[in-house]
Design a protein around this ligand. Structure first.
Ligand code: ADP
Length: 386
């Protein structure tokens, strides 16, 4: 930093399964080298220790000693109402992240563990937390409050928080830079396993589709997205589901998986070509939900300068992008089929020449965004207000 040029990157997968795998790539003097091997990592601590060993590897190391690392940036999913910005981690910050476990029971404990392990390995580094919810703190109260009695908000902090903030922030800034307009009205559409859509006005999030948790909004790989809460009462009262079973159903067994039995868009697309009606309907439903949110956010923003598609599906599925953007001429949204098909997933424009709204595909890069925020925080000493 600040050149934003990676010297290495890596991934530890299947931790705890007995056949964990580490992939480690280095990019030094324009040369890419890769290590891919099975490791014994029964927990995250061992996984991260392996990362530290690779960082200091005899031939492929990028540092000689873990103490050379100045900053470790942690993605922390839920910052609640406490953390509105990227924050240097102190004991007090850790205590607060721990207090937020109940709001993100699947994610915050793992993030917390990552911090604890990194503190042990990178003893000289500053640990910094970058919150997935932070970018959405600029939403006005009318957007983040639910229409339930006020005490549920004031006493229990039940409100919409929004997620994928680091990605929405990164791609909206890239788009504003591309447009040469810091005040641009942008709708960012993050379509990965989890999916969310955000309305951004002049660099600030004004509304987003995920809410108190990551379940609301768009149809996702295995989450239902928006669903009438009455369905939940019916499942519990009439079908005798337990709350845990309802949660499992809506988070893990619904969305594209629930509708088709598959949750990878590539398999679903193939199934459509083979005449699978469930796959065809699920894909229509998926695109239709995104369309509805675009319409809503054009109204919220009173216009839109650019739509931005990002993440695994947004960057790679020309089919989904086409289905979303077709028949939206009333908003000045005109997709160019050829540009859409030929787009390579790097920053590209896929609208027709006459389209009033730019349609863009921008590869998200949460790691670079985290590194940028850490760098800015430590060089200015001021917490970044999203
Ligand atoms: P995560 O939310 O886990 O970070 P990603 O952003 O990596 O997810 O997106 C993963 C999803 O991207 C996969 O489930 C798959 O549906 C989709 N995907 C990846 N490549 C393609 C492709 N070439 N065409 C369509 N979908 C793709």
């Amino acid at each position: 930093m600040p050149q934003e040029s990676p010297v290495c990157s890596g991934l530890v997968e299947r931790i705890g399964s007995g056949d964990a795998v580490v992939t480690h790539k280095t990019f030094i003097n324009g040369e890419e080298k890769i290590i891919n091997k099975n490791i014994l990592a029964i927990n995250h601590e061992e996984g991260l220790h392996e990362v530290a060993r690779l960082l200091t590897h005899k031939e492929m190391g990028v540092v000689q000693n873990p103490d050379e690392i100045n900053v470790v940036g942690h993605r922390v999913v839920h910052g609640g109402e406490t953390f509105k910005a990227t924050t240097i981690i102190t004991q007090e910050v850790k205590d607060k992240i721990e207090q937020l476990f109940s709001l993100a029971p699947l994610h915050n404990p793992a993030n917390f563990l990552g911090i604890a392990v990194a503190e042990k390995i990178f003893t000289k580094a500053k640990q910094v937390a970058v919150f997935d919810t932070a970018f959405h703190h600029s939403m006005p109260e009318k957007a983040f409050r639910y229409a339930i009695p006020e005490n549920f908000y004031t006493e229990h902090r039940i409100r919409a928080y929004g997620f994928h903030g680091t990605s929405h922030k990164y791609v909206s800034e890239q788009a504003a830079h591309y447009l040469g307009n810091k005040k641009a009205k942008i709708i960012t559409i993050h379509l990965g396993n989890g999916c969310s859509i955000t309305a951004v006005n002049a660099g600030k999030a004004v509304d987003t589709s995920m809410g108190f948790g990551p379940l609301s909004g768009l149809v996702m790989g295995s989450r239902s997205g928006d669903i009438d809460a009455s369905v939940i009462f019916y499942l519990i009262e009439q079908l005798k589901y337990t709350p845990a079973e309802v949660s499992e159903l809506l988070n893990k067994k619904s969305g594209m998986l629930g509708l088709t039995g598959m949750n990878d868009m590539r398999d679903i697309k193939k199934a459509i070509t083979e005449g699978d009606k469930h796959a065809a309907l699920a894909t229509e439903l998926y695109a239709y939900r995104i369309k509805k949110y675009i319409g809503a956010y054009v109204a919220v923003l009173n216009g839109v300068d650019a739509l931005v598609f990002t993440a695994g599906i947004g960057e790679n599925s020309s089919d989904i992008r086409y289905r979303v953007c077709a028949d939206m001429e009333c908003f000045g949204i005109n997709i160019d089929s050829k540009k859409n098909e030929n787009c390579l997933g790097v920053t590209s424009e896929i609208n027709t020449v006459g389209s009033l709204v730019k349609i863009m595909v921008i590869a998200t890069n949460e790691e670079v965004e985290i590194a940028k925020q850490c760098f800015d925080l430590l060089s200015t000493g001021i917490n970044i207000v999203p």
